[in-house]
Design a protein around this ligand. Sequence first.
Ligand SMILES: [Zn+2]
Length: 53
Amino acid sequence: MECLLCGHHKVYGHGTTSKGNVRYECPKCKKTFVETLDTIYYHRHIEPVSYLL
Ligand SMILES: [Zn+2]
């Protein structure tokens, strides 16, 4: 699993969201996100970066 935000090769499980989706935390950019990225849980101010994928 790569970081969806910065592309770091390793992210860690960081619990689950209220909907039961696995949340990940990136040790490089220090952001948390869910796998789909369409429901960023903590960092709603971050611009979507899907155009980089
Ligand atoms: Zn990252």
